[in-house]
Design a protein around this ligand. Structure first.
Ligand code: AP5
Ligand code: MG
Length: 214
């Protein structure tokens, strides 16, 4: 099962993608997590990506497309995967389709997690993220057992550099301009499904499982 998560920054793509990956036993591929891991390790890719991410801008397509195309060709992706944060522009979607075409494969579901902009800023300021395993929490909605420590892997949690309110506003603008057009792109391919992301996290997941099938 090949799944794409669409939705604004903070809609809950990562939260749901992780739950989908666990339930269906497929890899969760988050381009944001890949960039953050590279930043943490101080790689060249990480240094390049950081200058864009800190401003709330998208990293250029050429830095992200090959990375994802390579990743989905790996053996652990044979039974499918859940892509989180990719594609984010029409050229990225077209490059992915071209790569899948060559393999005789296609995307099965593009899940659009819908949350109005008003709810987003509040979610982001309370978010805490684990750079080691990618888990995401919220200080009020989804607290950890021990403050500041990841429940899954025990690492220290961070407040992301791009979660400052003014950067979140910028990211929302970039989303509406460059990423939202993908909704029509996947609608035309008849794989788009809308999901109400304002519900409680578990209820959102139940809706998604009903769409994907047990
Ligand atoms: P990325 O890491 O993908 O960030 P994003 O798309 O902006 O999305 P977020 O991760 O902020 O939100 P999310 O939807 O995953 O929400 P989450 O589950 O955490 O990208 C970061 C940057 O990297 C980009 O800005 C760009 O620069 C670059 N980049 C990445 N991919 C790229 C690409 N393909 N091309 C170019 N550049 C790229 O949830 C948010 C919060 O809400 C959490 O605290 C969570 O606990 C809480 N929450 C979740 N669900 C609920 C719920 N139902 N109710 C209440 N709270 C909830
Ligand atoms: Mg995310």
């Amino acid at each position: 099962m090949k799944i794409i998560m669409l939705g604004a920054p903070g809609a809950g793509k990562g939260t749901q993608a992780k739950m989908i990956a666990d339930k269906y036993g497929i890899p969760h591929i988050s381009t944001g997590d890949i960039f953050r891991a590279n930043i943490k390790e101080g790689t060249e890719l990480g240094q390049k990506a950081k200058t864009y991410m800190d401003q709330g801008l998208l990293v250029p397509d050429e830095l992200v497309v090959d990375l994802v195309v390579d990743r989905v060709g790996k053996e652990d992706c044979a039974n499918g995967y859940v892509l989180d944060g990719f594609p984010r522009t029409i050229p990225q979607a077209e490059s992915l389709d071209a790569a899948l075409d060559k393999l005789g494969e296609k995307i099965d579901f593009a899940l659009n997690v819908e949350v109005p902009d008003e709810n987003i800023v509040n979610r982001m300021s309370g978010r805490r993220a684990c750079v080691s395993c990618g888990a995401t929490y919220h200080i009020v909605h989804i607290p950890t057992k021990v403050e500041g420590i990841c429940d899954r892997c025990g690492s220290e949690l961070i407040l992301r550099d791009d979660d400052k309110p003014e950067t979140v506003q910028k990211r929302l603008g970039v989303y509406h301009e460059q990423t939202q057009p993908l909704i029509d792109y996947y609608k035309a391919k008849e794989v788009l499904v809308e999901v109400d992301g304002t519900k409680d996290m578990q209820d959102v997941f139940t809706d998604i499982v009903n769409i994907l099938g047990a």
